[in-house]
Design a protein around this ligand. Structure first.
Ligand SMILES: [Fe+2]
Length: 213
């Protein structure tokens, strides 16, 4: 018994040394910008799936999921426009074209989100607007994640260190990002960073007053 205890104790004391020399695995490596953006896309798709499963008269749940979709997409668009797109524009051979198209599509999405935000869940248009948002997001994800899209091209042209650094900036930017769509605000730096931070304060106050999480 005493011997077993000693062995276990020895094994416990040796562990940190083994851990320190073990190379970083996929699970322990810090996330890069591409993984972070793809995780956002997957989270919104999950919300669309949950919405689809709701009954026609589940108004409160429909509204709650729509509010989450609006928030997730508003924050996502902000971090893409503040960090991902300026870096893609600078780093990619066709960055200017890719980012220009992405910003135009964000604009359309923000306008649809404003309509959805104003619509009541018992209105016949509510479901139509959710479908429109879903289609616009599907298109955005397909284009952005394609091998010739912004993420595919960044994987090819940007270093892992740069992508990890971008992910860190995005995580910080998320905390100060607007939670509602602002189609009339600038979508490129520095305007979007300055106006976005101010809009975020107002959005968060409105979210708190309206009980929106
Ligand atoms: Fe995206």
């Amino acid at each position: 018994m005493a011997t077993r205890t000693t062995k276990r104790a020895q094994s416990t004391t040796r562990q940190p040394t083994r851990k320190a020399t073990r190379p970083a695995t996929r699970a322990t490596r810090p996330p890069d910008a591409i993984a972070l953006i793809k995780a956002d896309h997957a989270a919104v798709n999950q919300l669309f799936r949950r919405y689809k499963e709701l009954g026609d008269r589940a108004y409160a749940s429909r509204k709650r999921i729509a509010d989450r979709v609006i928030k997730e997409l508003s924050v996502h668009a902000a971090i893409e426009e503040q960090i991902l797109y300026p870096n893609a524009r600078a780093a990619l051979p066709n960055g200017k074209k890719l980012v220009g198209e992405a910003i135009d599509e964000h604009q359309e999405l923000k306008e649809t989100l404003v309509e959805l935000d104003k619509c009541e869940p018992d209105d016949a248009r509510f479901d139509e607007l959710m479908k429109q948002v879903r289609e616009e997001v599907r298109h955005h994800v397909r284009e952005e994640e394609a091998s010739e899209g912004i993420l595919g091209q960044l994987r090819k042209h940007a270093s892992r260190d740069d992508l990890v650094q971008m992910a860190k900036l995005m995580k910080t930017a998320k905390k100060a990002a607007p939670t509602r769509p602002h189609p009339n605000a600038p979508s490129t730096p520095p305007g979007n960073v300055i106006i976005g931070a101010a809009a975020a304060v107002v959005d968060k106050a409105r979210d708190a007053m309206g009980g929106r999480k």
